[in-house]
Design a protein around this ligand. Structure first.
Ligand SMILES: [Fe+2]
Length: 433
């Protein structure tokens, strides 16, 4: 049972009566970056937020039993990472952050401790165009999921603090209620080669004081490997990845492995695939350890394919200027230059995807099981989670190709029969031609 809003407001008033002040005694009045979730696990979660000046802060947490616990940060600092501990798996919590006179609300559900079905939203390359980025975020806000997975290039320049402020302003509602794991993009490293800004906000090890640009997390029966794709794959990240892949071979209860890297091994866009990954044998290692899916961004388009058994998605359509298809790879099943995001649903052996264009239409719906080919088209994937098109979505250029795998029908109810009819008509026209 969730706590009532009024009860939690009472809690907030009580907490504010003893609100912590900043180091010099003057209370802060606003957040520089409102709270965002990180490292959500079965029994813990982190709430991060940034203040305009160093100050103490605390997080009041209320669980389904109505009991409230307060977690205080340590010394006065600007960037806080408050770890909430002792939580129950698959359980919903509400939280309220207090920092001086500033307060903010959020809610989340902890990760499961079992293999129950779950879903996440895949998106990336949101830099450079705040209007389109905001429209994509609004569309994602209307699409339920357990968490978010970002393919990188969150900002145009990693060394520009204003761009990080803008990112958190645009996504603050989303990030207060859904943990976003992100891989580092090449743009995060512009002017910031070692990535301290990215690590400051999104590195999973930041709470423990050992931030790095690559990591692995587990949700349910799936392990995610989050890579720094700009590495040359001759040093520590290579050794780390090979060791973690080997460990996962014997990991109890693990069914799926998903690798995320900003620059993936395959792309039909102008950037192309990650040659260093191939040259270093990383792609072969992913196959050897039965990685189910590699997701990437960098080329600003959507692409789905499979290369010698290794399935891949490119999802780089969350706001950055769209790229044309440069040279369609023979491994590519679908590629379209369009703003979009991808729902990924994992249920037992099945990994299913629903690709939403920004205009509210469905690009395609697919699923597969380990070792089996993609199954796409009408009825092949799960039902979309009632996506709601943003009220002022930016019109997008559609790909000129249409096939039974590349749907152009609206996402409203009953799109399946209409799509089937359209595809049949197209096939008949092709046969006549
Ligand atoms: Fe990029």
């Amino acid at each position: 049972m969730r706590a009532s809003a009024s009860a939690f407001a009472t809690l907030a008033i009580v907490a504010l009566a003893s609100a912590p002040a900043r180091g010099d005694g003057t209370p802060v009045s606003a957040f520089r970056k409102r709270p965002w979730l990180q490292s959500v696990e079965p029994t813990g979660a982190s709430v991060r937020f940034e203040l305009p000046q160093a100050s103490r802060a605390e997080v009041a947490l209320r669980g389904p039993d109505g009991a409230t616990r307060t977690f205080a940060s340590g010394a006065p600092v600007e960037l806080h990472a408050v770890r909430l501990t002792g939580l129950a798996p698959s359980t919903s919590y509400r939280y309220e952050v207090h920092a001086g006179e500033a307060t903010a609300l959020g809610a989340f559900t902890t990760a499961p401790a079992d293999a129950r079905p779950f879903s996440f939203i895949l998106f990336g390359d949101s830099r450079s165009d705040a209007t389109t980025h905001a429209a994509v975020v609004r569309a994602i806000e209307g699409t339920p999921s357990d968490f978010l997975l970002n393919t990188g290039d969150l900002v145009e320049r990693g060394d520009d603090p204003r761009q990080w402020d803008e990112l958190f302003d645009l996504e603050h509602r989303l990030l207060a209620s859904r943990c976003m794991w992100s891989v580092v993009g090449n743009h995060e490293l512009i002017g910031d080669r070692r990535g301290p800004a990215f690590a400051r906000y999104f590195a999973t090890g930041a709470a423990s004081g050992e931030p790095r640009l690559y990591d692995t997390v587990r949700w349910g029966d799936t392990r995610f490997f989050l890579l720094d794709a700009m590495d040359d794959w001759t040093g520590p990240e290579r050794d780390w990845l090979l060791a973690r892949l080997a460990e996962s071979d014997g990991e109890p209860g693990l069914r799926h492995r998903i690798v995320a890297a900003h620059i993936g091994p395959y792309s039909s866009g102008p950037h192309g695939g990650n040659r260093a990954m191939h040259a270093a044998g990383i792609v072969d290692a992913l196959r050897a350890h039965h990685v189910d899916l590699v997701v990437a961004g960098h080329d600003h388009a959507y692409e789905r394919g499979e290369a010698e058994g290794l399935k891949y998605l490119v999802s780089g359509g969350a706001g950055a200027p769209l790229y044309p298809v440069a040279r369609r790879l023979p491994t590519s099943a679908v590629v379209e230059s369009t703003y979009h995001f991808v729902e990924v649903k994992i249920d037992g052996p099945t990994i299913a995807t629903v690709v939403h264009r920004l205009d509210g239409s469905l690009l395609e719906s697919c699923s597969f099981e380990p070792g089996e080919p993609w199954r796409c088209g009408v009825g092949a994937g799960p039902a979309a989670s009632a996506p709601s098109a943003p009220p002022n979505a930016v019109p997008t250029a559609r790909g000129q190709r249409c096939s039974c795998e590349v749907a152009g029908a609206a996402a409203s109810g009953g799109w399946g029969p209409a799509l089937a009819a359209a595809c049949l008509a197209l096939l008949r026209r092709r046969r006549r031609g």
